[in-house]
Design a protein around this ligand. Structure first.
Ligand code: ADP
Ligand code: MG
Length: 660
């Protein structure tokens, strides 16, 4: 049934609801509360100042109303709750004045001011409180349609349809109630037990379907025919032989795996995860070389321009004795330059293209793209496959990620990929020494900086990050520049780089830093990922509390890239306990575990934006156990082809899983 047919929903409301995808009563029932309030009479003797209060009583006097200006008003009256007279005030409800009559019984919800025996009410309801506590669902309001209105619309729904996806035997296994009851309860729970049962079904279904899709992607992939390649390992070994360093064991294993996969008939879909500085770039380069040898174009995508340009110079250097045409494509190229690149990609004049997400913008047509590598993939979100599918091409895929996530989580979240982990660091690396200082002790940090400057080493200084405002970011950077110039301006050159600078400017600064002309580089987090300047041995991070631990770990990974001792100075007056973890370990896996505990999965995986895991009820962290069960259950159903007994599930997979 269309919602417009519900009483109380006119065309205007219907239109607003439709704008968020609610057209039918079924859609409406699928709009879940985001939390619940427990409506229960407060025991006023137990309350302390500022506590939330829910109380009913008899109106003692006629309310008086004060108007501040045209928009604001405040109504006050006294409420007799038996033992006391409470002074009630409530804002902007003057329209209720005539209903609050002497002697009438009302319920007040608000904040208790014990000293003045008064309540600032947020809500007034007519009638007394029920004797047993009531659980009240609260909905996110929708463009001016309040939680209460949404609740009243949902109350009017008499009939709705559900598709119950969880097979009966699994419902029995976990003693789940049916879906329709669950949804009814979610909107109108009688007690917490009942609510929990309803949530159990709905959470399990969400996670079960998520894992079913993931697992079926994986199964599908392993049956996928890939590109036809036939590369002699000899050439690859020869290339590796000529590199300026010897690969670590894990790098070698990973490269071998990639070689086999590229050369096999199956399509590659592999994630390489390794801590910052573990040397993932070279793996990407070798993969690109194998791909080049087999006659296909390759693409390397980075999350920032700075990183893309670093890759460009790195590749040009490594391939300087090979006749391979490498170019770059980013959003900030001039139109003419872009067109030129498009042309050369289509005609296959370009062998390897490096760039930002501009690599997959609409105008780009590849001649024969064989391999796509995404560096720092956690920065993009889980899925760019959609983009490729739209282009009708099916290259091999390699993701690099420096957010080392615990293995169980990795296997689950990247269910459709194969995962390689690089654990061994290139030999001779020294652990970065991390110190945590208060602002008042900045002198210690400056002294350490001076020591490093004297050693002719270079330093990153990270400005406090204020996400809400680019402008304030900039002010912070400028202020820091002044500070640093006062301290060190006489003995070395100080450079600044930030997101608002043009590409040419950024390039110039980065180039000067790489060449060692700039000693201190002040930066917002544009340098956060991937940047590799070996002579930089110190990073100073102001207001470190503004960053997550994994992000700090990334930043710290900018130093310690060579065999001399490096330092990381965190400056913060706040959240020092959390930050202390950084001084105790440099193990990215431990740090991400810690982050996972503190912040939940969203930030960690960088998937919050991607929509891949927008569960309505389930929470990746707190419901992880359910997820693990759902993973096993969905695997079984797929492996035994049992899924064919469940047409609903088959249809769902066919509709939603992208079988590119
Ligand atoms: P990340 O994994 O963080 O992307 P990079 O690929 O930038 O790390 O590598 C970090 C540094 O280590 C680079 O300067 C790179 O040249 C160097 N490197 C990579 N592998 C080795 C190795 N096997 N031996 C010595 N140095 C290496
Ligand atoms: Mg890297």
């Amino acid at each position: 049934m269309e919602i417009i047919n519900l009483k109380g929903i006119g065309p205007k409301t219907a239109k607003i609801l439709e704008s968020v995808g609610i057209k039918t009563t079924n859609d409406l029932m699928n709009y879940y509360p985001f939390k619940y309030d427990l409506i229960k009479r407060s025991n006023i003797n137990e309350l302390i100042d500022d506590d939330k209060i829910i109380i009913d009583g008899i109106v003692e006097n006629n309310p008086s109303v004060f108007y501040f200006n045209k928009k604001m008003n405040k109504m006050t009256f006294k409420l007799n709750i038996g033992s006391y007279l409470l002074n009630i005030s409530i804002f902007n409800r003057a329209f209720l004045k005539d209903k609050i009559k002497i002697g009438s019984i009302i319920t007040v919800i608000g904040k208790f001011d014990k000293i003045h025996n008064s309540v600032t009410a947020s809500d007034i309801r007519f009638g007394k409180l029920p004797n047993i506590p009531v659980i009240e669902p609260i909905y996110h309001s929708i463009n001016g349609i309040s939680s209460n209105q949404i609740k009243s619309f949902i109350k009017m729904v008499e009939e709705f349809d559900v598709i119950e996806y969880v097979p009966d035997y699994l419902k029995e296994k976990y003693k789940l109630i049916d879906k329709k009851s669950s949804i009814k309860i979610i909107h109108n729970p009688k007690n917490t037990n009942e609510l929990k049962q309803a949530e159990n079904y709905l959470k399990y279904e969400e996670l079960f379907l998520f894992m079913l899709k993931m697992n079926s992607l994986k199964l599908n992939k392993s049956n996928k025919i890939g590109l036809n390649r036939n590369v002699d390992k000899k050439y690859v070994d020869d290339f590796i032989e000529k590199l300026p360093f010897k690969l670590t064991i894990d790098q070698t294993l990973c490269v071998n795996k990639i070689y086999e996969e590229l050369n096999s008939i199956n399509r590659m879909n592999r994630l390489v995860q390794g801590d910052v500085g573990s040397g993932k770039t070279i793996i990407a380069i070798i993969a690109l070389y194998i791909n080049y040898l087999s006659g296909y174009q390759g693409a390397l995508m980075a999350p920032t321009e700075v990183l893309a340009y670093q890759h460009l110079s790195n590749l040009k250097n490594i391939f300087k004795n090979y006749n391979i045409n490498i170019e770059i494509l980013t959003g900030s190229l001039k139109n003419k330059e872009k067109k030129d690149v498009y042309k050369k990609l289509q005609s296959k004049e370009i062998d390897i293209i490096i760039g930002t997400h501009a690599l997959f913008s609409e105008d780009v047509i590849y001649n024969n793209l064989g391999l796509v590598i995404t560096d720092e993939q956690h920065r993009f979100g889980v899925n760019q496959r959609g983009n490729l599918k739209n282009k009708g091409i099916t290259p091999d895929i390699l993701y690099l990620s420096a957010t080392p996530i615990p293995r169980t989580y990795a296997l689950t979240i990247y269910g459709d990929m194969d995962v390689s982990s690089i654990k061994t660091m290139p030999s001779g690396r020294k652990e970065v020494i991390t110190i945590l200082k208060k602002n008042k002790d900045i002198k210690d940090v400056l002294l350490l900086m001076l020591q490093e400057i004297k050693l002719k080493h270079q330093i990153y200084v990270i400005a406090p990050l204020i996400e809400e405002s680019d402008k304030i970011d900039l002010e912070n950077v400028n202020e820091l520049e002044e500070k640093m110039t006062t301290a060190f301006g006489k003995i070395c050159k100080i450079g600044v780089i930030h997101g608002k600078m043009g590409k040419d400017q950024k390039d110039k600064v980065m180039e000067e830093f790489k060449e060692g002309k700039i000693t201190i580089l002040i930066s917002t987090t544009v340098i956060e990922v991937g940047v590799d300047v070996k002579n930089a041995t110190m990073i100073v991070i102001f207001d470190a509390y503004r960053f997550g631990l994994s992000q700090l770990h990334q930043l710290r990974g900018r130093v310690g890239r060579n065999n001399v001792q490096s330092y990381c100075a965190l400056i913060s007056d706040k959240e020092r306990e959390r930050l202390d973890v950084m001084t105790k370990t440099t193990d990215g896996f431990k740090i991400s575990e810690e982050d996972f505990k503190l912040r939940g999965s969203g930030d960690l995986f960088g998937v919050r934006q991607s929509g891949d895991m927008n569960f309505k009820l389930a929470n990746f962290k707190t419901d992880f156990n359910i997820l693990v069960r759902a993973k096993e259950d969905s695997n079984k159903i797929l492996e035994n082809n049992e899924i064919n007994n469940y047409p609903k599930l088959v249809k769902l997979l066919n509709d939603s899983v992208n079988l590119d």
